[in-house]
Design a protein around this ligand. Structure first.
Ligand SMILES: Cc1cc2nc3c(=O)[nH]c(=O)nc-3n(C[C@H](O)[C@H](O)[C@H](O)COP(=O)(O)OP(=O)(O)OC[C@H]3O[C@@H](n4cnc5c(N)ncnc54)[C@H](O)[C@@H]3O)c2cc1C
Ligand SMILES: NC(=O)c1ccc[n+]([C@@H]2O[C@H](COP(=O)([O-])OP(=O)(O)OC[C@H]3O[C@@H](n4cnc5c(N)ncnc54)[C@H](O)[C@@H]3O)[C@@H](O)[C@H]2O)c1
Length: 454
């Protein structure tokens, strides 16, 4: 096999994390290759964050479907990565197109050619989980990739999953006139977050006509009459008809077919690549000394493949940690205050520990909340939906988490992420002045309440 160049660093996967790592390392003078099988930029700009946020905004503005699709396709650059690739070339990154697979320590094969490397960064992202429901494979399904790239507006859409993807997509399609049914086996939406967030969001979705089947599960699917569409049977005896089924039942780290076993990494399908606080891949369970081959340099991972925080901003954060460490400037990641946002109307914002996580850790948890309806801003906006809850560790007098539902929560809650990350004492937070009339004012009363209960 043809053996090509030896790079200082090979970055495997050119999504949010990989693009940043490759660019910054090349700008720092390293000889870098980025291996990408699809579009440089990955999921976020073409198939995930950007098109979904564009459609949600179009829905909120009351645009037509045609305009919404045109705007979506414009912001996603019509799925053309030429400009990004050209910019990376200017920065000195070599883009290798094709599927990358490590063949032995220090060597990766891409599209039939071998390339050498010293450091390897794995940033291969994640892929949708396809639920093991009989008949589903033969039914007309979409993952979010298709839903966010095709121009179709299904008349009847069944969404499987009430996480961030399912909720955002249900709102988009219902707003543009699809008859949407969302099936979620758990008894509520957004199961990872404080219960009130899913309850307020459920109310908002129901008001725009989404039929929520919470605590129910699809047990069988068959093609519809005449082969068009599908019929879905639920565990509770219900039957649904759909023109399209959207799979939004989670994503799994992409770890297979990468050849990481050749580096001594114990790869388990669907399981994340374990990383330490420097984003170095941890090689296994104590057998390293005997089983691990000598690596030519560092083995690092960033983004969804690590399973740590599974958002674009977390991918960028980990990417920066990797860049520092590859350059020999030790940096440790701190995930205490990585926000989790669902960009529906109203938006859901959560950061730090959820009440359930705090309880699991045995914390002496203090909770204080406030309804946005009590703010003047809610009256001005003529929208009184929403609530904020703040969670504090009594023993340390510090905020450890928060959740909010409300218009623009993704913007006005950022100060809480800062407060958690900077470990700002509650007493000091009660002295912060918020402009009038803003939703940020809703933070003042719960902060005072928490400080008063310490
Ligand atoms: C519908 C949807 C909406 C979302 N909305 C948001 C949002 O609003 N905000 C937010 O923060 N997050 C959002 N996310 C999550 C966000 O998209 C991901 O967290 C982010 O894209 C992860 O970046 P990454 O670099 O880890 O992976 P990716 O962006 O998936 O990039 C991985 C890349 O690696 C390539 N690749 C994989 N294996 C190989 C190989 N062997 N050889 C060559 N190339 C390979 C893939 O082709 C891909 O381009 C959303 C996700 C979805 C599904
Ligand atoms: N705004 C954002 O930051 C944003 C937006 C969308 C997605 N994301 C990221 O994308 C990832 C994937 O999101 P997601 O919503 O697909 O996954 P998720 O894991 O958050 O939620 C999946 C939901 O599907 C349900 N489910 C499981 N099996 C099912 C089945 N057979 N039928 C119906 N429902 C089933 C689960 O109970 C769960 O509630 C998340 O990690 C999220 O962080 C982020």
């Amino acid at each position: 096999m043809e053996r090509n160049h030896h790079y200082d660093v090979v970055v495997l996967g050119g999504g949010t994390a990989g693009e940043l790592v490759a660019t910054e390392l090349a700008q720092s003078g390293r000889d870098v290759a980025l291996v990408e099988n699809r579009l440089v930029g990955g999921e976020s700009p073409y198939f995930a964050c950007v098109p979904s946020k564009s459609l949600l905004l179009s829905a909120r503005r009351g645009e037509t479907w045609e305009l919404a699709i045109a705007r979506r396709d414009e912001v996603t650059g019509h799925l053309d990565d030429d400009r990004v690739v050209a910019r990376m070339a200017e920065d000195g990154v070599t883009v290798l197109r094709g599927w990358g697979r490590v063949t032995r320590p220090g060597t990766i094969e891409v599209d039939g050619a071998e390339h050498g490397y010293t450091d390897l960064v794995v940033s291969t992202g994640s892929e949708p989980v396809v639920p093991a429901v009989p008949g589903l494979a033969d039914a007309p399904t979409w993952t979010s990739d298709e839903a966010l790239t095709v121009p179709d507006l299904p008349r009847r859409l069944v969404v499987l999953g009430g996480g961030p993807v399912g909720c955002e997509m249900a709102q988009v399609y219902a707003a543009f006139g699809s008859q949407v049914t969302l099936v979620e086996p758990a008894g509520r939406l957004l199961t990872a977050e404080a219960a009130f967030t899913g309850e307020i969001l459920a109310d908002a979705l129901r008001r725009i006509g989404v039929d929520l089947r919470l605590g129910s599960e699809v047990v069988r699917v068959a093609r519809g009459d005449g082969g068009a569409g599908a019929r879905l049977w639920l565990a509770d005896g219900g039957v649904l008809a759909a023109d399209r089924i959207l799979l939004a039942s989670g994503r799994r780290p992409r770890v297979e077919g990468l050849g990481l076993e050749n580096l001594g990494v114990a790869v388990t399908p669907g399981q994340p690549l374990a990383v330490d606080e420097t984003c170095a891949v941890t090689l296994g369970d104590g057998d390293q000394e005997t089983d691990t081959p000598d690596l030519p340099g560092g083995l690092w991972a960033a983004g969804d493949v690590t399973g740590v925080a599974r958002t674009a901003h977390a991918a960028r954060y980990q990417a920066r940690v990797v860049v520092s460490n590859v350059l020999g400037k030790r940096r440790e990641a701190d995930y205490r205050a990585v926000p989790r946002v669902v960009y529906t109307t109203p938006a859901v914002y959560a950061v730090g520990l959820s009440p359930a996580q705090a309880e699991e850790r045995g914390m002496d948890l203090l909770t204080a909340g406030y309804d946005l309806a009590a703010t003047t801003r809610a009256a001005v906006e003529a929208d009184d939906r929403g609530r904020v809850e703040l969670y504090a560790d009594r023993s340390r007098g510090l905020l450890i988490g928060a959740a909010a539902v409300g218009l623009y929560a993704e913007e006005w809650m950022s100060e809480i992420a800062l407060a958690i990350r900077a470990q700002t004492p509650l007493g000091l937070l009660t002295d912060v002045v918020h402009a009038f009339p803003t939703f940020g004012e809703a933070l003042e009363a719960p902060l005072r309440e928490l400080a008063g209960r310490l």
